[in-house]
Design a protein around this ligand. Structure first.
Ligand code: LCS
Length: 413
């Protein structure tokens, strides 16, 4: 419509993030390579194509930035919590419009991010001798949530059939039957595969866990970032009669505001909610409250255009990989802005792929080794960037992989 067209957003804009304390530009040495700032590469930092950490190189929507500015204009940044009912109303409206899902206001808690929420929830749910179940490959912080609480991690490897990931339900159920397994951290949609779980798969996960007295933390942070035409079903929506599912959602991934450290944690179980309220540090950043509420109240138009831009980025990657890396395995994922590509036929053996691409191609990316297990030979590319950057990144990646393959063939001839 006219309003939306007048508000067309510029996803092609290249925005300088240097000097902003961004992990994306300044944190990669420690996070990817466990190295100090002295670690050097043939490429300058500003020459690196950054496709690693999952935040976007797009400007946070102006509607959100305006809300933060309006809060700043009130000029006092004192201790804050959520008192205004408009916050819950904004969240509830979003969940109703996008997921036809609702939950009582008293179930809604907030956290300074989903990672800290995972650490806390695992601690509050599990006894010291109990275990945490996850599907692998997995977002690394699911493992950290167990490690942080000195709890045993149990991994159920997903089945990978030519890049199509499914849950090995026989294995998953066998592990859920372990009486010491107390919680499953479930990723819905899944990082890094980008799978949206079908209703049938969601029901099986829920039934297996709930029938074996296993709580579920359903991490749904990627749920707004769907390919056009795809839909998301909150796990808890399928199990209205249980209070053993905790849902974690946030606009931080959707609207590129992870730095504002604010997420929603929907805790149906009164006992767990009481522990959370007693133990969780309750004060909130007033700018984060304003931004998050604005995201849910005014983010629709930007999100619609972002999804179309990401659709096009994924289409470009799909075509490029087919043409330049025909032996790689890649499928456009149902959700997320992350491309998970099996490059086994091209990849150098027995080397760190992130180090290989950083040194040889000047590309920062993450590989299967950073996703706990079951990700061998895969790399993950963040596609939430201007297309010009994406094109340069893919060109550099394919150039070094094709050369790598030629070198391997010349040695074997
Ligand atoms: C499944 C999942 N849960 C939680 C988080 C982080 O939540 P926060 O604490 O920011 O609210 C991420 C971010 N994923 C990232 C961040 O960088 N690389 C990734 O794959 C994620 O993918």
């Amino acid at each position: 419509n006219i309003t939306e067209k007048a508000k067309s957003y510029n996803f092609d804009e290249i925005i300088d993030r240097t000097g902003t304390n961004a992990m994306n530009t300044d944190g990669f040495r420690q996070y990817i390579f466990n190295a100090t700032s002295e670690m050097t590469f043939p490429f300058k930092d500003e020459e690196m194509i950054r496709m690693w950490i999952a935040d976007m190189d797009f400007a946070t929507p102006p509607e959100i930035l305006d809300a933060v500015k309006q809060r700043l204009d009130r000029r006092i940044m004192g201790y804050s919590q959520i008192f205004d009912p408009a916050y819950y109303e904004a969240v509830a409206s979003w969940m109703g419009r996008y997921y036809d899902w609702s939950f009582p206001k008293e179930h809604l808690e907030t956290s300074n991010g989903i990672i800290p929420a995972l650490y806390e929830l695992v601690e509050y749910i599990c006894q010291p001798d109990e275990k945490v179940l996850i599907l692998t490959p997995s977002y690394g912080f699911f493992k950290s949530a167990a490690d942080h609480n000195q709890l045993e991690l149990v991994c159920s490897d997903m089945i990978n059939e030519q890049g199509h990931y499914t849950i090995d339900f026989e294995d998953f159920e066998a592990k859920a039957r372990d009486e010491k397994v107390r919680v499953c951290i479930f990723c819905n949609p899944h990082n890094p595969s980008g799978r949206i779980w079908s209703t049938e798969e969601l029901k099986r996960v829920g039934e297996i866990c709930l029938s074996n007295d296993v709580w579920i933390i359903s991490d749904e942070i990627h749920c707004d970032l769907l390919r056009t035409g795809k839909t998301h079903t909150p796990l808890a929506k399928l199990f209205p009669d249980t209070d053993r599912i905790v849902t974690c959602m946030s606009p931080s991934k959707t609207f590129n505001m992870a730095g504002l450290m604010f997420s929603n944690v929907i805790i149906a179980n009164k006992g767990l909610r009481d522990i959370w309220q007693a133990r969780h540090y309750g004060f909130k950043n007033p700018l984060s409250i304003a931004a998050t509420q604005a995201a849910y109240e005014h983010g629709d138009a930007w999100l619609r255009q972002l999804k179309l831009y990401l659709d096009d980025n994924f289409a470009y990657v799909d075509e490029y990989v087919k043409q330049h890396l025909p032996l790689a395995v890649f499928h456009i994922p149902d959700a997320t802005y992350l491309a998970w590509i099996d490059i086994t036929p091209y990849a150098p053996k027995d080397v760190s792929l992130p180090l290989f691409f950083a040194e040889q191609a000047g590309v920062l990316l993450e590989d299967g080794g950073m996703f706990v297990a079951n990700g061998e030979g895969c790399i993950r590319l963040n596609l939430a960037c201007p297309r010009s950057i994406l094109k340069e990144g893919l060109s550099r990646i394919s150039r070094v992989l094709v050369k790598q393959q030629e070198d391997m063939l010349s040695v074997t001839v």
